[in-house]
Design a protein around this ligand. Structure first.
Ligand SMILES: [Cu+2]
Length: 409
């Protein structure tokens, strides 16, 4: 679900700037944080919030993305049952801080281009994969189950059928991303695995921001002498570990004093029943706060793919109109802005993630290039009628779909 769609359902926040604090992996499900008003400017801090996930790790099948959306490969063997007895100690070793490379299929940009595009274009060997710090506080084994190849096939068929199709290159990672090839790889792997069953270990992982569950799963497979991937990833919590006293202490306290703050839980997929319902949740795992959050909603929301449609309001000529546009990897929200001819436009560009700017050539309007969360404002007079494309001038973002239309009528 997009912010635009969310605002349509919650019109009281219509004129308030809103942005996401971090994103979920493609096809993952769970909670997302939506920031409102001035809080958009503190996105960096919110993005640092700790996370808790429940994931299912399926053994003996590998995936190049680490999840069910990748090109998979049957490992051709069955992990010996004895190996699973080593799992607790392996998980223990995962806890703590580790410097790890970004996953190949991530949006981390190198030379102005996200890694997943480098991966698709086959030039990973020519670039240096950047590393980052991941912190896992705790991993708990929830259960161990087994799934026949036949049942796995059903689950995968169902899962892949729900991948929304999209023609926009910028959305392919989560949408129809190599879907034909992915299906083919699944058919092949499942044919090879015919008649056997697979072990699935369900884990609850609490971790710092930026810890990739779809990278954790393959590491566990390798540690047990086989391969593995994350069959499902569900984010169960956002907040701050109660017993964690490291780097960003103070944030939870800060959260309680925010003017406009709200947690929106969204979801993409999963579950036989369709969409999950969004829930209100306390932003912290600390003992229940005394202060209640000023704004919260429990409105159920269905989730759709990212297709911003809304446009801003129309005002009379000669007046100043403030318009807010949010940029992220690799889209603007909204994708269409309408103003009356002669309007003085005060364009507030709010960057959510990545490195972007907002440019419209015909009016020589250009914001600063923002790296990460932040905002910049540019003013211009829309003194001619027509449809003008606004876009991000960084790298190939424009070609990747990071553009929209300014319609002057
Ligand atoms: Cu950009």
């Amino acid at each position: 679900m997009t912010l635009t769609a969310w605002k349509e359902r919650n019109p009281e926040y219509k004129d308030m700037p809103a942005s996401y604090a971090g994103r979920l992996d493609p096809m993952a499900s769970g909670k997302l944080l939506v920031l409102l008003g001035e809080e958009c400017k503190k996105q960096k801090e919110y993005t640092k919030l700790d996370k808790e996930y429940e994931i299912e790790v399926l053994f003996d099948v590998g995936s190049d993305t680490g999840d069910a959306l990748g090109l998979v490969e049957y490992a051709g063997k069955t992990t010996p049952v004895d190996n699973f007895s080593r799992l607790p100690e392996i998980l223990k070793a995962e806890e703590g801080s580790h410097t790890r490379p970004y996953p190949h299929f991530s949006s981390k940009t190198v030379n102005g281009k996200p890694l997943f595009l480098h991966a698709l274009e086959g030039d990973l060997s020519r670039i240096t994969i950047p590393t980052h710090e991941e912190r896992i506080y705790r991993i708990k084994i929830l259960k161990r189950t087994s799934l026949s190849a036949e049942k796995l096939q059903e689950r995968i068929t169902d899962f892949l059928a729900r991948v929304p199709s999209s023609d926009e290159p910028s959305k392919r990672l989560g949408a129809d991303f190599r879907i034909a090839a992915v299906r083919q790889s699944w058919d092949k792997a499942l044919a090879q695995a015919h008649g056997r069953s697979f072990v699935i270990i369900s884990l609850r992982v609490s971790c710092g921001s930026g810890t990739y569950m779809r990278a954790l799963a393959p590491r566990l497979g390798e540690a047990l002498g086989s391969r593995a991937f994350a069959l499902s990833i569900h984010r169960t919590r956002l907040g701050r570990r109660a017993w964690y006293t490291g780097g960003h202490i103070g944030l939870a306290t800060q959260l309680l004093h925010m003017k406009y703050f709200l947690i929106l839980v969204v979801v993409v997929l999963v579950g036989a029943g369709g969409w999950y319902v969004m829930q209100q949740q306390s932003p912290t795992t600390e003992p229940a706060p005394e202060v209640s959050l000023p704004i919260a909603t429990t409105t159920p929301a269905e989730v759709v793919t990212e297709t911003p449609t809304a446009s801003s309001t129309v005002s009379a000529p000669g007046t100043v109109q403030e318009i807010r546009v949010t940029g992220s990897n690799f889209a603007f929200d909204p994708k269409e802005i309408r103003v009356k001819e002669g309007t003085r436009v005060r364009l507030v560009f709010i960057n959510a993630t990545g490195t972007h700017d907002w440019v419209v050539d015909e009016f020589s309007a250009r914001t600063k290039v923002l790296q990460g969360a932040g905002s910049d404002t540019v003013e211009f007079v829309a003194n001619k009628r027509g449809t003008f494309e606004y876009y991000c001038s960084v790298g190939t973002h424009r070609q990747m779909g990071m553009k929209g239309n300014l319609i002057v009528e």
